[in-house]
Ligand binder design. Structure first.
Ligand code: RIB
Ligand code: CA
Length: 318
């Protein structure tokens, strides 16, 4: 432990909960947000860029470089999630347009530059489909020498959300996720199993909204954003992607196990599933010498919900 902040880069598809992640990252004293890169996912990539720039301005961090990345997955078409994140991808809160433009380099170029220039190894935090990261790893594999770890929001041990078994970010670009898993650096999978559990109580959401400080108010309004189908008046709010950034700032709040993980790339109902092997004993393939090597990933199996809620609130209300 050096006491110096951890250099981090967030690759996102802002996105209500990506915005919550950005607000946390710029305000946590143990993190140094070096860049943010954008990819198509929850919204089209140009909307994602606008949303990201606006959030950083509201958070008081307008200097963080932002770059536009892939406008579609490697093989799949774009399939946005406006039904969850609103027409503008930010809960239709009527946020102002950003006052600046993104960097004049693409996301892969910015990622390479910032990773290699960082004084200490970088932790990458993808909270979106993995297209930019896969393109980076294939174009500039040398970046792995200055990557400490990749903590990605994606996948699921148990149930999916995009399909019965697949989580949205992995399902959106399964080939890219498969490339990520074989990056050859330590990887933490912050999947749906923990993602869905970290909920900020309604009282805290109300306090944030009433605080008067622009970043905290925005966090409160985003947390209060509701899927139009449920439409509660005064709801609690899920941290979503922000939980993955909490896991970087405070890894002790997350219980992980190093397990083999493989992305199902076959067409059909299981495409995009993260197949996590939790068997305690060798299976048939191993016994018969037919096993294929699978990447080992630190899979999040449990999370200290209260700890991350407290951490999030203390950080954005600083
Ligand atoms: O699967 C959960 C989705 O909501 C992902 O896109 C995640 O990043 C969040 O934005
Ligand atoms: Ca996201």
């Amino acid at each position: 432990m050096t006491g110096l902040p951890t250099p981090v880069i967030i690759d996102c598809d802002t996105g209500v909960d990506d915005a919550l992640a950005l607000l946390f990252a710029v305000r946590h004293p143990g993190l140094e947000l070096r860049a943010v890169t954008c990819v198509a996912g929850n919204a089209d990539v140009d909307q994602v860029v606008r949303n990201t720039l606006t959030v950083l301005e509201q958070a008081g961090a307008p200097e963080v470089p932002v770059a536009r990345g892939a406008e579609r997955p490697l093989l799949e078409p774009v399939r946005t999630a406006h039904h969850v994140h609103g027409r503008d991808g930010m809960g239709d809160l009527g946020l102002p347009a950003p006052g600046r433009r993104p960097a004049d380099v693409d996301a892969v170029t910015l990622l390479r530059r910032e990773i290699l220039a960082a004084p200490r190894p970088v932790t990458l935090i993808p909270t979106a489909p993995l297209t930019n990261i896969a393109l980076l790893l294939r174009t500039h594999p040398e970046v792995t020498r200055n990557i400490e770890r990749i903590v990605f929001m994606g996948g699921a041990v148990a149930t999916g959300n995009a399909t019965a078994v697949a989580e949205f970010n992995v399902w959106h670009d399964p080939e890219a996720a498969a490339i990520l898993l074989t990056a050859g650096v330590p990887i933490t999978m912050y999947g749906l199993d923990v993602f869905q559990r970290v909920i900020v109580p309604a009282d805290d959401v109300r306090r944030l909204r009433a605080s008067g400080e622009p970043g905290a108010v925005l966090a409160g309004r985003l947390l209060a954003h509701r899927d139009p189908v449920t439409g509660e008046e005064d709801p609690p709010g899920g941290l979503g992607d922000a939980g993955a950034v909490c896991a970087v700032a405070d890894p002790a709040g997350l219980t992980t196990e190093l397990l083999p993980v493989e992305v199902n790339l076959a067409p059909g109902p299981a495409r995009g599933q993260t197949v996590v092997d939790r068997r305690p004993r060798p299976g048939e393939a191993e016994l018969h010498g037919e096993a294929r090597e699978q990447p080992l990933v630190d899979v999040a199996l449990d999370v200290d919900v209260e700890r991350y809620v407290k951490l999030y609130l203390a950080t954005v209300e600083r």
